[in-house]
Design a protein around this ligand. Sequence first.
Ligand code: GDP
Length: 191
Amino acid sequence: AFQNTHFITSAPNIGKLPPDEGIEIAFAGRSNAGKSSALNTLTRQKNLARTSKTPGRTQLINVFEVAPDKRLIDLPGYGFAKVPMAVKEKWQQSLSEYLQQRDSLQGLVVMMDIRHPFRETDQELIYWAVASEIPVLVLLTKADKLKPGQRKSTLLQAREAALAFQGDVTVEAFSSLKKFGVSETERVLNR
Ligand code: GDP
């Protein structure tokens, strides 16, 4: 469903995004969570989103077009220790504004390493999205890092934990390496 996705632009901040029309799905996650890999996997493209060796290097928002009225928004990774506090706070503020004010935003995908789910910023993002009545898909990335039994129990625990947000929060395990969770993710994104 996302094979025809192509890059349109990089925006330095939320104010520079394309006009607030059509449908947007935003992708967020801590640096190194596997967001770029997941975007490439979902769009069946090798280099759509550049996987980086230096986490937190880019603060640009990458905009991809799936169809004329549908965009994927690749938000900058957060949680990178070397980013100064002032930059972090500014970013968090514009992110919360985006989640609260962007009319075309119809879904938020939050990626978190299956070994470290629900860190503080992940939870904040989910709260903001739920407060704005935006459906959230949590992807537990790098699911191949756990053995099947552990993967299953972590997924069930995370689904239990997600109930606390009292919103539309779906949780799936995902692996770009082993292609786990791809069809489940597509199903949620096409809902
Ligand atoms: P981003 O910073 O969130 O965009 O993360 P990247 O997609 O660049 O991935 C960060 C690191 O995790 C890279 O070294 C990837 O090779 C690795 N990685 C990404 N996805 C997976 C996965 O599904 N399984 C495993 N084992 N490693 C992954």
